[in-house]
Each structure stands twice: as structure tokens, then as C-alpha cells.
Write a protein that binds this ligand. Structure first.
Ligand code: TZP
Ligand code: MG
Length: 217
């Protein structure tokens, strides 16, 4: 498996890109700004267009030597030979995903409770996505937001495992989160990067803040 730096994890959302900019251009800017991981998360694309887009994003992430993770769709991840897949609690269970995907690929699992995190660790997740920490306009949330304390409670209940925290994270509250937790591997951000007028600058600022708190390979 590739060595992964979880420090700044971009999760894409094409609907958030400013009108004068392009989706792929925005991802490229984010890569130039130093994002360490990219997840292609497009909920409304049919399989064919999703695969077509995924190949384009993969070509970009390869240039920067950054792993590409596909949200939800194991079939798409396999088809394009992505580096990993990210599954939620209602997606294909981790055990089956691992059987299809093998041990050499990255599988991340979304967790909102201690129990979900413990199960994901037990079943061999490579990393956890913990959230939502705060409210966000990017995703309709069906579960409680965790707050900083909720994130810390989950981390305290599981053995050390790579993890990213997600939901409503910007520069200032991201700093507050990292200052007040131990064991967070990185921040996962959608609108704070995809909607930024200057995504490269936004990523540089986020990364230089994160690097003060997080040590990754
Ligand atoms: N999962 C939990 S919150 C969220 C996802 C995909 C969206 C986070 O988006 P943003 O814009 O970084 O708040
Ligand atoms: Mg999902």
C-alpha cells in the first residue's frame, strides 16, 4: 500500500466550484496548494460519467503523487484502479469491500459514534472519517454533530489509527480542533477548498496550520 499522509484531505463537490472556475482546475489548484489526499465524491453522476471523471482526476493526482480515493463506489474504484475507497455506514460493508478490493488498497470508513469506530477498527479499516464535527451546508446531516469533545471521546475509545475529521471545518475552527484534541491525523474539507476563490492559497494556509499539530509520514 502507498504511504499516506492524511494531513489535508480534500473531498470534492463539483456543485461548490465558483462559476468562473472549473472543477478539474480547482482540484489542480488544491494539489498545488499541497492537499495530501483527494476523495472524488460525486453523488449525482451516473456510472459512465463518474468513471470518465475519475480517470481525469486520477491523471491529476498522479502528477502530484497524491492518492485518489473514490467515495461510495467500489466498482468505480476498481474500474479505474484508484488507491482507495471511502464507505459510509450505509454503503457496502467493510468486510465485503475488503474482499473485493484486497489488502493493498486503502479503505476508509465514516464513523459518528464510538461503536461505529470500534467496529471499523476491528474489521480492519485503514483510516476513519470522523464526523460531522460541526454543522455544514455541504451535506444534509442525519446524525448528531460531535463537537470537539465528541471527536476526542471517539479517539480515546479506540487504538491509534489514521483518521480525518470532517464537517464544517475552516482554518480557525480547524486550529481550535487540533489544539484541543490528541490523535487526529488530519482535516477533511469540502467547501473550504472547493468553494475557495483561490484554492491554492486556502490549502497552503490550512496545511501550514495543520503541520503545527500533526506529524504524518
Ligand atoms: N460528511 C460529513 S460532513 C460532510 C461529509 C461529506 C461534508 C463536509 O463539508 P464541509 O464543506 O467541509 O463542511
Ligand atoms: Mg457513502
Amino acid at each position: 500500500m502507498v504511504t499516506v499522509d492524511y494531513s489535508l484531505y480534500l473531498v470534492t463537490d463539483s456543485s461548490l466550484v465558483p462559476h468562473d472556475l472549473t472543477f478539474l482546475g480547482q482540484i489542480e489548484k488544491a494539489l498545488e496548494g499541497g492537499v495530501t489526499l483527494v476523495q472524488l465524491r460525486e453523488k449525482d453522476l451516473d456510472t459512465g460519467p463518474f468513471i470518465e471523471l475519475a480517470y481525469k482526476v486520477k491523471a491529476l493526482t498522479r502528477q502530484f503523487n497524491v492518492p485518489l480515493i473514490i467515495n461510495d463506489r467500489i466498482d468505480v474504484a476498481l474500474a479505474i484502479d484508484a488507491d482507495g475507497v471511502h464507505i459510509g455506514q450505509d454503503d457496502m460493508p467493510l468486510t465485503q469491500a475488503r474482499q473485493l478490493f484486497g489488502n493493498d488498497k486503502i479503505i476508509g470508513v465514516s464513523c459518528n459514534t464510538i461503536e461505529e469506530a470500534q467496529i471499523a477498527v476491528h474489521q480492519g479499516a485503514d483510516y476513519l472519517g470522523i464526523g460531522a464535527v460541526w454543522n455544514t451546508a455541504t451535506k444534509k446531516l442525519t446524525k448528531k454533530t460531535l463537537g470537539i469533545q465528541g471527536v476526542q471521546d471517539i479517539l480515546a475509545a479506540i487504538p491509534p489509527i489514521p483518521n480525518v475529521v470532517i464537517g464544517g471545518i475552516k482554518l480557525d475552527n480547524g486550529k481550535e480542533l487540533l489544539e484541543n484534541t490528541t490523535g487526529v491525523s488530519g482535516l477533511s474539507i469540502v467547501s473550504g477548498i472547493m468553494a475557495a476563490p483561490d484554492a491554492k492559497k486556502a490549502c497552503k494556509e490550512l496545511l501550514s496550520m495543520i503541520r503545527n499539530y500533526v506529524v504524518n509520514p
